[in-house]
Design a protein around this ligand. Structure first.
Ligand SMILES: Nc1ncnc2c1ncn2[C@@H]1O[C@@H]2COP(=O)(O)O[C@H]2[C@H]1O
Length: 256
């Protein structure tokens, strides 16, 4: 199994600064931010499953465009997996015939181009041997992280957007085949109060999470706000704990 980073910024800015999206092999997206825009039409047509961490725009922005672009060319529906609250939000506020058509009713409800699958915390979807499990997270809106486990039994965890979340730390510590942890740090320490208000992490909060991990994955930091990326990166370099955080990069590939 391969996980490729399509976008990993907390904002936009030119072709190289793209919001969250991870491609698992060639058929699964984890989040659907502007990073998904790097896929050409044949690659978009191959997407059968999209797992959303939450409903914020930087994580869902390209989903409406993808389903409209590929729908007529596909013979099976695209399945959007997310927590029930997240599905309720995108169905009410995006796929409502006002912002965008409801593709779960096109061409008709019995044969839709898009369908929804509720995934509660602790539940998983098994897709040809790849198991994607919803993990707890603590954000400004209902949110989850995901454990992505390969057919060969190696896992990557994506925190999603979260502030310090005891239940997520507990869940991560229970994964004994964990190879890599992609975890957000959106703001620098100077914006600690905003990180708390917006339910994100800043480096000192990330360090408190890393200090509590008993597993030993490689640590990759994502979702840096573009204007503060250099400041966050410098602050992360000061960590003296066991697990050294590295900055996640566009096009980085994890083979599991
Ligand atoms: N008080 C606030 N609460 C939440 N988000 C805020 C606030 N002020 C500014 N924001 C920004 O709004 C953004 C929404 O997406 P993010 O959660 O990635 O990051 C958030 C912040 O960058």
């Amino acid at each position: 199994m391969e996980v490729r980073v399509l976008g990993c910024s907390g904002g936009i800015g030119g072709l190289d600064v793209r919001t969250t999206s991870l491609l698992v092999d060639d058929d699964i997206l984890i989040d659907c931010g502007t990073g998904a825009g790097v896929l050409d039409v044949p690659a978009l047509m191959a997407i059968d499953h999209v797992f959303l961490t939450h409903a914020h725009l930087d994580h869902i922005a390209y989903l409406p465009f993808i389903i409209d672009t590929v729908g007529d060319y596909r013979s099976r529906p695209l399945t959007v997996h997310a927590a029930p609250e997240t599905l309720r939000i995108i169905r009410s506020h995006i796929f409502n015939w006002l912002i965008w058509p409801d593709f779960s009713a096109i061409p008709d409800r019995a044969h839709p181009l898009m369908r929804f699958n509720e995934l509660r915390i602790g539940e998983w979807a098994d897709i040809d041997g790849r198991r994607i499990t919803a993990l707890p997270a603590l954000h400004a809106v209902p949110a989850v992280g995901y454990q992505i486990r390969s057919e060969t039994g190696a896992s990557l965890v994506f925190s999603g957007d979260t502030t310090v979340c005891d239940a997520q730390i507990e869940a991560i510590n229970a994964i004994n085949d964990l190879r890599a942890l992609i975890i957000e740090t959106a703001f620098p320490n100077m914006q600690h109060d905003l990180a708390l208000a917006a339910r994100h992490l800043c480096p000192q909060m990330l360090f408190s999470v890393l200090d509590r991990l008993i597993v030993s994955p490689e640590i990759y930091v994502t979702h840096l706000k573009p204007a503060q990326a250099a400041e966050i990166t410098a602050e992360l370099a000061a960590y003296s704990g066991r697990l050294k955080p590295q900055i996640l990069r566009n096009d980085q590939v994890f083979t599991l």
